[in-house]
Design a binder for this molecule. Sequence first.
Ligand code: SAM
Ligand code: SF4
Length: 368
Amino acid sequence: MFATVAWPRQFGAQIELAHPRDRGCWIKLSSTRFYAYIAKMIDGFGRNIDYLRISVTDRCNFRCTYCMPEQQSFLPHRDLLTYDEILVLVGRFIAHGIRKIRLTGGEPLVRRDIHILIDALGQHVCNGALDELTMTTNGSRLEQFAPLLASAGMKRINVSLDTLDAEACSRISRGGDLDTILAGIHAARAHGLDVKINMVALKQQNEDALLPMAHFCAEHGLDLTLIETMPLGAGVTEREESYISLDDFTAPLRAQYALHPLAHKSAGPARYWRVEPLGLRLGLITPMSHNFCDQCNRIRLTTDGKIYMCLGSELHVDLRKALREDSLTDVDYLLQRALRLKPQRHEFETQLAQPDLRLARHMNATGG
Ligand code: SAM
Ligand code: SF4
């Protein structure tokens, strides 16, 4: 039986990872001779949590119709975790078994001085404490940031783009300029980053965009991931009208091409297919039509320091208070306690059908 070991506060946050084990690791408390055992994060359903998504800001320069309403209020700056605070928490997450981090938001590249955080997190990849650092971005500032992402050790990123039609792109994203996003994608490729396009399936809004997108991705060596829209966030209208299952959305693609299942697994929830003869790798994320929660390895840190164990649940623990009171022991305790809050699965299907059950929290707050 393993348990998280709390250590006296005077030993501070300076720890060194040592001796990884199957269900946890030993850490050396710096400037002492002592070691403490930190259990890996294994939830109540036996799932090993090793993937953290960090929403670095809830702000965004777009207002995608499925993500948030046009008039959206954001957190005051004082509520946001500082970069130093995020980095302290990341140290604790790594000690508890997190191996992959995705920066998201809101739009991560609109947060001021984001290069400071990216560089610092990149060090964890360089020294082997993390397997991967990556990002999901709307692409609007990617051309400018691509060199920085590459030099920080990022190998791949996700860029959200729902159509290659300039007018539809601007309409769906309420702020996106197609040429700017495409310039960002090409800059990322030129700097050696693998790019996966995230495309949200929207009934009658971008159904005709799938084939052009598949051709574009195949031509430019990009992966394509399709996502079913989830009923998250107050004030987003036309949820029922815009939902379409990926079985239906991909019908024109399947009519023209053969889809072969792939064994490939990423850190996320997609199932992968090879589209032949296009040679395209296609990921399908089907939270609504084909539940994948039994494989879930993810937790999410919000901009204001809360840990949500599931996109579809309000249950969370608040790490910011413990952090600001300088109690890393409490942070460790809360992290292990949070594991017991992770539900077996989300209930998005029921929430789509019953609006009064939907969560008010938007995707940009939790980090998609
Ligand atoms: N702003 C960045 C972007 O758009 O890539 C990162 C944050 S965004 C919340 C992360 C991902 O969530 C995007 O790919 C977006 O398309 C997706 N998303 C947002 N709202 C969604 C919803 N209600 N259902 C499904 N996916 C959603
Ligand atoms: Fe912004 Fe991303 Fe939400 Fe679109 S999906 S509004 S780009 S956070």
